[in-house]
Structures are given as C-alpha cells and as structure tokens.
Design a protein around this ligand. Structure first.
Ligand code: GLU
Length: 469
C-alpha cells in the first residue's frame, strides 16, 4: 500500500485551540500508526489576519504536545509562484477563464437570482468570451452546471452535492493572489497528501476542491471530516466553556500526554478504554473508529484523565515538568533523586502539576507556613508529650525507614496511651504546616532528619507559646 501522507494546515490567525489540536493529533497519530508522513503547513495567505505571533504560538503548542512533523513547516505565503503555475495550467486547459464583471454587475446578478428563488451565483457571463488578463480581471474556475459531486468520506460516508449549487468560483483575485480553496488543493497535490482529515466545518469546501482535483487530473485524497468539538451545552466550543488555547492547559499543569489522550477520545474510541499512553495511541489509532457525533468537551473529565496520567508517569519524567511550577512559586529546585522522592509522595494525590507544586512546598520551605486552623486544632498542650517523646526516639535513629518509624510511633503510643491519629495529626501539622498531606511516614522519610527534628522542635515551641499566651 502507498505510504500515508497527512497534514496539519492551521491558519495563523490566533492560538492553537483544542479543536485544532485534535485535528493535528488525529493526522499525526494516523501518520505515526501507518509509518507514514505528517506535514505541517501554515496557511497564511490571509495577510490581514495572519500574524507571526500566531505562527509562533502554534509551533510552541505543537512542540509542547510533542507533535513532530516530517516535512515543513511550509508557508503558503512563500509558494505564490507554484500557485501561479497552476492557475496558468487551468487557463491553458480551458478549465478557468478571466472575468471582468464589476462587483456592481455581480451584485445585480446575485439579486436577480435571489429574487427568482435561486442561489446567489455568478451567471457565467464571461465564460465564453475568451477575455485576456487585465488589471481588474479575476480568474474563475469553470464549474459544471449539472451532475453531482460525491465526497467519499471515511467518517461520514458518501456526501452528495448537486453541482448546480456551485458557481464559477474565483481562484485568483484581480491582483493575482490565489484564493483559499485553490491553494489548499495545489498544496495537497504538490505535497503528495493522500489523506485529509479535518473538521467538518470544511465540508462545504470539499466539493469545490474535488472539482479542482479533477480538472488538474490529480487523484483524490481520502477525505474524512471530523465532527466538531462542542461545549457541554452542545454549542460550538468557545471561551465560556473553559480554556481554549492548548498552552493554557500547559500553564495550568496538565501533561501533554493527558491532553492528547483526552482530545483523541473526544472523537475516537477503542472499546470503552479511556486511558491511553502515547505509545498505545500510536499503536491503536485508526480512522475506522472516529465517531460520527460531536465530541463534548468536559473539563472535569480532562482533569481526571490528567490525574491518571500523573499517577502513571515516571517520577523522573514528572520532575522536569514540575520544576517550572516550583520556580513560579519562588523555589529553584533541581531535577534529581530528592525531587523524585518528593513526587512519589504526591503523584497519587495531585490532579495537576500546579496541585503537585502546591503540595510540595512544605518540603522546600525554610520557614514553614502554617495553616492557622490546623495549628489551633492540633498544636495543643495534649500534643506536647507525644511530640517530645517522638523527638527523643527519632534522635536516636541513624536513618529513617518505614519499619523504624513505625516502631518509634508505636512506642510513643504505648508510653502515652494515645491512638496513632492523635499523635500523627500534630506531627503532620508540625512537619507540613497543614492537616492534610501525604502519609506521615513517607514525609518523614523524604524530609531529612535535621529538618524533621527542627520542625518538631518548632512545633513544641509553638505549643508552649500558645499555652502561655
Ligand atoms: N487552514 C484551515 C484551518 O485552519 C484548514 C484547511 C484544511 O484542513 O483543509 O481551518
């Protein structure tokens, strides 16, 4: 079978939003699954709306997602000569012609068609006039007036269009610049694209594009139009449904693999499996299981998939992603065994990296910050004796292992007659400043001995100060 060649052709008129990212992911996964090629093309012919910031934002988002491309990025703005060549081809073959009808004349034509109940269309006045190029002439494609054009869509099935719905659409403006549907086709032909997977907001463009392929004697690619991503209220996804930009999810502490997993599942399924690693997606992705109905974007589901990916990720991989979140909080912590052991205590309880960074702060603070409520509730005179006894026990231990810590706590329980929780809670507040934290033994093991003893002694002082005050 011929090698699959897919593409992602964003228009750089804004950031990469989750819908666009999903299209990129589908094309990328399909190329990777089939050992094909994935091409990146920047559709920047709209000079007014395209910006360099958007191009950079798109690269940044793709890079973060880990979506790599085999060819490109190609910029349409740099390919004008190729488009000219193809316009000439269509003029030479008689499939296109110059039209000098003024905008006023076209408006009259359209109004007339509308008034008789027809579609507002160009009536073909210049079709047979064999006009030459002038400063005001546009180039129109000779579209068939009769018959049907069929999109053999791998997702939606066959979609039929009546050719009389179309008119002789413009392929080059009077300044010579080519129009959207034309450049897409020329690019897809010249880049050897044989598989076009895109949002179904493009379905209306496809019949025009098919006619252009036919006129250029080029084989049609496989088309698949993916249903849109909608908000929970089933309206088109917009800002009010949550963040739209892919990089905002990065900044909120989502993992790229989690976002990819979630986006793919928004329009594709593999039985009822929800969690996929990147490697699994590459192995299992195919066009066959892309669904026909719209995906509903659900932030809570995304968050829970993210938590699953954090749980499943190797601590050393999380470490490099976590560092910037700690830096944002003023801690310059290096990747390494200590950070990894910190992560191991937090990865089953953090939904995002931001959560994790917040939860990790107590490990790094020189001056522990205490929650007032926790101090009030647990650092009370009754805690004095057990905390003091624990300090004695821990001082004697050469190193902290879970077994040794258990023994230490047990002996404090025996000596005081207190239950484990009555001892562990004040100790927790002493070590973390909070009444909610990872397991007490885990924390003690990870914090070094000096810090543990220093914090327990600080807690003793707090208890004494408060009881005196
Ligand atoms: N540039 C178009 C967009 O950003 C994509 C066109 C296509 O996939 O054919 O929506």
């Amino acid at each position: 079978m011929e090698q699959i060649i897919t593409r992602f052709p964003p228009s750089p008129t804004g950031y990469l939003h989750v819908g666009g990212a999903r299209t990129a992911v589908f094309n990328w996964l399909y190329a990777r699954h089939t050992k094909g090629k994935f091409i990146l093309r920047i559709e920047d012919t709209d000079k007014v709306r395209s910006t360099k910031e958007s191009v950079d934002a798109i690269f940044e988002a793709l890079e973060w997602l880990g979506i790599d491309w085999d060819e490109g990025p190609f910029f349409q703005s740099k390919r004008l000569e190729i488009y000219q060549e193809y316009i000439q081809k269509l003029l030479d073959s008689g499939d296109a012609y110059y039209c000098t009808c003024s905008p006023e004349k076209i408006k009259v034509m359209r109004d007339k068609a509308r008034s008789t109940g027809g579609k507002p269309r160009y009536d073909g006045t210049c079709r047979h006039l064999d006009l030459k190029k002038t400063d005001t002439a546009v180039v129109r494609f000779k579209a068939p007036f009769t018959g049907t054009t069929i999109i053999k869509d791998v997702i939606k099935g066959n979609i039929l269009f009546q050719n009389n719905e179309l008119d002789d659409f413009i392929i080059a403006r009077s300044d010579g610049t080519p129009t959207y549907n034309f450049v897409v086709v020329v690019d897809d032909i010249t880049m050897g694209i044989n598989t076009v997977i895109r949002g179904d907001d493009h379905v209306m463009n496809t019949p025009k594009q098919i006619l252009l392929y036919n006129a250029l004697n080029a084989p049609l690619p496989t088309f698949g139009h993916v249903p849109m991503v909608l908000g929970k209220d089933r309206s088109r996804l917009s800002k009010r449904h949550g963040a739209m930009s892919v990089t905002v999810y990065r900044d909120m502490g989502y993992l790229p693999d989690a976002l990819i997993n979630y986006l793919v599942r928004l329009g594709w399924s593999f039985g009822d499996q929800e969690f996929f690693t990147r490697a699994e997606l590459i192995e299992k992705f195919s066009l066959k299981n892309i669904g026909k109905s719209a995906g509903i974007f659900d932030q809570d589901k995304l968050l829970s998939i993210n938590a699953d990916h954090i749980k499943a990720a190797k601590p050393q991989n999380l470490a490099k992603n976590l560092v910037p979140f700690l830096e944002k909080k003023g801690f310059s912590i290096k990747e390494g065994p200590y950070l990894e052991s910190v992560i191991k205590t937090l990865n089953t309880r953090s939904k995002t990296l931001e959560d994790m960074a917040r939860g990790a702060l107590f490990y790094f603070q020189d001056e522990l910050s205490y929650e007032e409520k926790a101090v009030k509730k647990f650092l009370k005179p009754v805690a004095l004796e057990p905390v003091r006894l624990l300090v004695d026990k821990l001082e004697q231990l050469p190193n902290f292992t879970e077994k040794k810590l258990e023994e230490a706590f047990k002996s404090v329980m025996e000596a005081t007659g207190l239950k484990f929780g009555k001892i562990a809670q004040p100790v927790r507040v002493a070590l973390t400043g909070s009444s909610v934290s990872p397991g007490i033994f885990e924390i003690i093991e990870v914090l070094n001995k000096e810090k543990v003893l220093q914090r327990l002694n600080a807690a003793i002082k707090i208890i004494l100060d408060r009881s005196q005050g």
